[in-house]
Design a protein around this ligand. Sequence first.
Ligand SMILES: Nc1ncnc2c1ncn2[C@@H]1O[C@H](COP(=O)(O)OP(=O)(O)OP(=O)(O)O)[C@@H](O)[C@H]1O
Ligand SMILES: [Mg+2]
Length: 229
Amino acid sequence: MIRLDEVTVRVATPGGDLVLLHPTTLSLTEQRVALIGSNGSGKSTLARLLNGLVEPSDGRVTVNDLDTTRDGAAVRRQVGFVFTDPGAQLVMPTCLEDIALSLRRSIKDKKERLAKAREILAEFDLADKADTSVHALSGGQKQLLALAGVLSTNPAILVADEPTTLLDLRNTRVIADRLFALSQQLILVTHDLDLALRCDRALVIDEARVAFDGAPADAVAFYRQQVTR
Ligand SMILES: Nc1ncnc2c1ncn2[C@@H]1O[C@H](COP(=O)(O)OP(=O)(O)OP(=O)(O)O)[C@@H](O)[C@H]1O
Ligand SMILES: [Mg+2]
């Protein structure tokens, strides 16, 4: 379970302290939780708190009782993170090597690791791309590969920060169907309100606060009203 206890995030700027998240207490237990809200409202800040990419200035974030500040490495083994731009997380020259890199902790034998990496590529319809440069993939294929890499580490929770924003309609559907088929808990930051509606709970973030927290249909209605107000 993900818990935030009185969490505040502040950063020092030349103009003084800037609050990125006002004191927030919540627990996330639902299988699929959407974070929606305007640009710059604080969604990514909240998402990044969940795997320790951002640390609280005050308060505590815990994932299955692990503190993201104290036990950052252990938390990151439990919480996979998918970025909007898959290029940010594809680091090896070829697709096969990229997946193999993600498996290095779990499979020590290289031959076995490469065989497993091929298997994973096949599961994600990328079998024919094994020896292709990651840079030669289309945007949708890159996002699939990034997702495959993160899932190959077997995280208990997946946080995805606008994973479909750069994708066309077809690839949005491909990635979304993958995400919604997961047995893991999914925390999904999205501007795609149709995706938010498919979740079990949605938080509307506004001006560094959780402005609404509840059923996705109500959250989307709240957000729409807020924008037109
Ligand atoms: N390290 C930082 N230093 C200063 N300001 C920051 C930092 N990180 C985030 N911010 C500011 O905090 C606010 C919230 O940023 P955040 O990235 O969480 O928004 P967001 O809701 O994810 O927006 P978007 O929908 O555009 O991705 C923005 O105004 C951003 O400029
Ligand atoms: Mg963001």
